[in-house]
Design a protein around this ligand. Structure first.
Ligand SMILES: C[S@@+](CC[C@H](N)C(=O)[O-])C[C@H]1O[C@@H](n2cnc3c(N)ncnc32)[C@H](O)[C@@H]1O
Length: 248
């Protein structure tokens, strides 16, 4: 347990996966033979998978071009097992509803391992976009009933509702909530055969709501990039979690 703290305490940040979750994942991978991981939301978790599972295939998607690059720069150069791809946000009709989702299927089709993934970690896109529901609705053909699905931030109402909504189209088994520090993660399996072609209606997943949220996302992105530009112009240090690793 202590080695996870030694190895990762200096890397975690307020939006990354926390140390307690990494400790949970570390114990979990020691009890299973994990050969592949599908991840939404790259960062410290991607470093963890690639370092702890050097022989596994790690496929990670991030909706931010900037954080895709940051994660890539921080992966050990010997980590040839991990692919981090930029998956831009789009509005898409899935299972009859409008979602914000990241565009990952074309890339996944090309690089998915031949067998279903052993683990799927859903830690992105950011919660306020309500976009996590769509990740599973699109990625399920790449899973089987043994895939361990892990949803971060499961203490939040929205993530709990998402699990309930998934259960209307997939049979969910082994659902457990784990306390990890200040937060919770949910772990479960699904039978990846949808029982119906549509998700039940929701006031959230409408086209107009999604358009508004996507505009909010782009506005925040612009503000963030302006802040980075300002720090550069003032020759000020960025926060460590905002910087690329040195690339010799
Ligand atoms: C919950 S975070 C994903 C964290 C990732 N699994 C990890 O362990 O670091 C969701 C999204 O926030 C963005 N993000 C990552 N690091 C960030 C940071 N330091 N500040 C703001 N946003 C960040 C990325 O686009 C990421 O996909």
């Amino acid at each position: 347990m202590t080695n996870i703290v030694d190895e990762f305490a200096g890397r975690v940040n307020p939006v990354s996966i926390n140390i307690e979750t990494l400790q949970y994942l570390d114990s979990m991978i020691k009890t299973k033979n994990i050969t592949s991981v599908l991840e939404f939301g790259s960062g410290v978790s991607t470093e963890f998978w690639s370092e702890k599972l050097p022989d596994a295939t790690i496929v990670s998607f991030d909706n931010s071009r900037r954080y895709t690059k940051i994660t890539r720069s921080r992966l050990n150069r010997k980590a040839v097992n991990a692919t981090v791809s930029f998956a831009p946000l789009r509005i898409k009709k899935i299972f009859g509803l409008h979602y914000i989702t990241c565009k990952f299927l074309p890339k996944l089709r090309k690089i998915a391992p031949p067998k279903p993934f052993d683990v799927m970690l859903i830690d992105g896109p950011p919660g306020y976009l309500y976009a996590r529901e769509a990740t599973l609705l699109q990625a399920y053909p790449y899973l089987d009933e043994n895939t361990l699905i892990i949803l971060d931030d499961a203490e939040r109402q929205i993530e709990r509702e998402t699990i309930a909504r998934w259960s209307s189209v997939f049979k969910i088994t082994n659902l457990e909530y784990h306390d990890v520090g200040q937060k919770q993660i949910a772990t479960f399996n699904i039978e990846p055969k949808p029982s119906q072609p549509t998700m039940s209606k929701s006031p959230i997943y409408t086209r107009s709501k999604m358009v508004k949220l996507l505009l909010t996302f782009h506005r925040r992105n612009i503000m963030h990039n302006l802040w980075i530009l300002k720090m550069r112009l003032l020759n000020r240090e960025l926060f460590p979690d905002q910087k690329m690793a040195d690339t010799e």
